[in-house]
Design a protein around this ligand. Sequence first.
Ligand code: HAM
Length: 426
Amino acid sequence: MKMKYQKPKGTADILPPYSNEWQFVEKNARETFALYNYDEIRTPIFESFEVFSRSAGDTSDIVTKEMYDFDDKGGRHIALRPEGTAGVVRAFVENKLYGPEHQKPVKVYYMGPMFRYERPQSGRLREFHQIGVEAFGSVSPKMDVETIAMAMDFLKKVKVTGLKLVINTLGDKESRDNYRQALIDYLEPHYDELSDDSKERLHKNPLRVLDSKDKNDQKFVADAPEILDYLTDNAREHFESVKNQLEALGIEYIVDSTMVRGLDYYNHTIFEIMVANSPLGKGEVTICAGGRYNGLVEELGGPEVPGVGFGLGVERLLLLLNEETQDMLQTKQLDFYVVGIGDAVQNETLKIVHELRQMGFATEQDYLDRKPKAQFKSADKLNAKFVVTVGESEMNDHVFKLKNMMTGDEQTIALKEIRTLKDLLK
Ligand code: HAM
């Protein structure tokens, strides 16, 4: 018996016609980002392991537990990208996009597969797709707000409803250092009761403890000191401006001072866009998340250039598309189906099909030597607007028949007049 192969756990095949929904989402993202003057960037799907360990943080779950990494045949430690930001920052530094010939801020977007070894469930895959953006070179809160506004615009454009924007700040380095110490001081007396993960992270990165999934850890987290009480004046000002500007734009938000992110590179503004009562089964799901990362370019060997961006989970978004979105998806329609009657007309239909395609019409024909009746059936199934028919007599007279499938009108047209069809479908 032949082997039966199955896709790896946590991956998905994206088949037609479902792939239309992907194209719809991607098209709307490109259109939205163009309005904000973002350009596309494409970076490799695998990078040196260090690109991720240095940026996502070597205490993050993503780096310690979820990375698809391996030594390649040349002995290099490689990882499939678990997220988009690190690779884009690596490319930004390597290609010196911070140089004077590049207009600041440098604003880029990307879409593509990411890989995390997670436990698969609805909306959580091992190969998933992100649409992401990154903007480099501005410390202005305007940049944070623009990024958030753009994500909201895009989600509204594809008609996702029930959006909830949650923001927080992690402050600047000084705020973080002060807060870090306060957290250690608060958690240390409970050291013996913490989970193993949290014990390990307490001194390396106590903020990670706030994000612990462990029920017992969460009891301590509930009364932990809040970052908002440790902000420097600068950091507080930045956060206040972000909030003011969101209000000026009429974008509603909630501040959640306990929110931390799964990646270590953030500072100042962080945000998540969640959707309540989603069909994913859980109460709330995060479809888009991001924030500011002012030290990351330096961390990966570049100069001091600030950055801010977001990543949006495409699979999660697709689960949320509703009827209104479905209505916006164009049903696929063929312009022409060309029916040939009899073997003798093979070359004639071939030429007509070719000509119609050259003229820019989506055109289909029969490839299975089927009888005219079956060919007409196909034309119907494929939703063809017009059917061209050629039999031997038409061929001998240098004409073809043209039927308008909407009206049922049929006419005979001289082959040499085929170019006049270009006026049919405008
Ligand atoms: P993240 O929060 O790790 O951030 O991921 C962003 C989004 O990707 C999530 O909100 C979720 O919608 C989606 N996502 C993550 N993991 C999975 C998964 N296993 N299956 C399906 N969807 C998933 C980042 O990746 C940052 N790079 C975002 C960013 C860009 N920050 C600044 N710039």
